[in-house]
Ligand binder design. Structure first.
Ligand code: PGA
Length: 251
């Protein structure tokens, strides 16, 4: 039995207006790509979640937000909570993307609170981890990622752990056109799986681990052949619906 479904997720970051989303979704839904063994998800800006949701049933893709604030409601100007996302039809949320860590100073405590809040309100979190180039060059990449995994995920119960998706995105590969080699990615994915097994025992086998960082249709197939790479988190290339489907078709 296949324990983990492959997941191909697009992270649109701060791109796309309503008109652009409609054009993207119309093209996506016209595409011939259909595979029941793959889940597709799009992480879109808050302002277009509703629009995207309207297309998600026919397109058979899930809708995700790129961030959430822990809790239900309150005096937190500019923030959006899990229940508000659910109300907008959202099922997924990103937590710990490297841009949130580095540009917005989000630390492990805050990320742990966000992740727990996502689970509490029935959103499936994709928790992102990954080392900087300097950490890889100093040979501290494994320790860095182990700490990111443990500090945020430790303490989840089995049911919660089984709902989490992990995305390994080396910071030096994000938006740079430089992808990790298959050997580098597979080494890290196997290591993340070991770390998850230390935390959650056999439940770790149910946790998909996605690769992210300059994934395109031209390099996806090679990556997906690795046993511990369960799909991809795709930034730039997901902005084009045909390229995004071509990546999924490489699974
Ligand atoms: P990229 O971004 O595919 O454009 O490198 C990946 C990400 O940041 O999730």
């Amino acid at each position: 039995m296949e324990l983990r479904k492959h997941i191909i997720a697009g992270n649109w970051k701060m791109y796309k207006t309503t008109t652009e989303v409609v054009a993207w979704a119309e093209k996506f839904n016209l595409g011939s790509f259909r595979r029941d063994d793959i889940e597709m998800v799009v992480f879109a800006p808050f302002t277009v979640l509703h629009v995207l949701n309207g297309f998600s049933r026919t397109g058979r893709f899930g809708v995700g937000a790129q961030d959430l604030y822990p809790g239900t409601f309150g005096a937190f100007t500019g923030e959006v909570s899990g229940p508000m996302l659910r109300d907008a039809g959202v099922q997924w949320v990103l937590v710990g993307h490297s841009e949130r860590r580095s540009l917005f100073g989000e630390d492990h405590r805050f990320l742990a609170a966000k992740l727990r809040s996502a689970l509490e309100f029935g959103l499936r979190p994709v928790y992102c981890v990954g080392e900087t180039l300097q950490q890889r060059e100093n040979q501290t990449h494994l320790d860095t990622v182990a700490t990111q995994v443990k500090e945020v995920l430790a303490g989840l119960d089995e049911e919660q752990a089984a709902s989490v998706v992990v995305a390994y995105e080396p910071v030096w590969a994000i938006g740079t056109g430089r992808t990790a080699t298959v050997a580098q990615a597979e080494e890290m994915h196997a290591f993340i799986r070991e770390t998850l097994t230390l935390l959650f025992g056999s439940v770790s086998q149910a946790i998909p681990i996605l690769y992210g960082g300059s994934v395109k249709a031209s390099n996806a197939r090679e990556l997906f052949q690795s046993p511990n790479i369960d799909g991809a988190l795709v930034g730039g290339a997901s902005l084009d619906p045909q390229e995004f489907q071509a990546i999924a078709a490489s699974c």
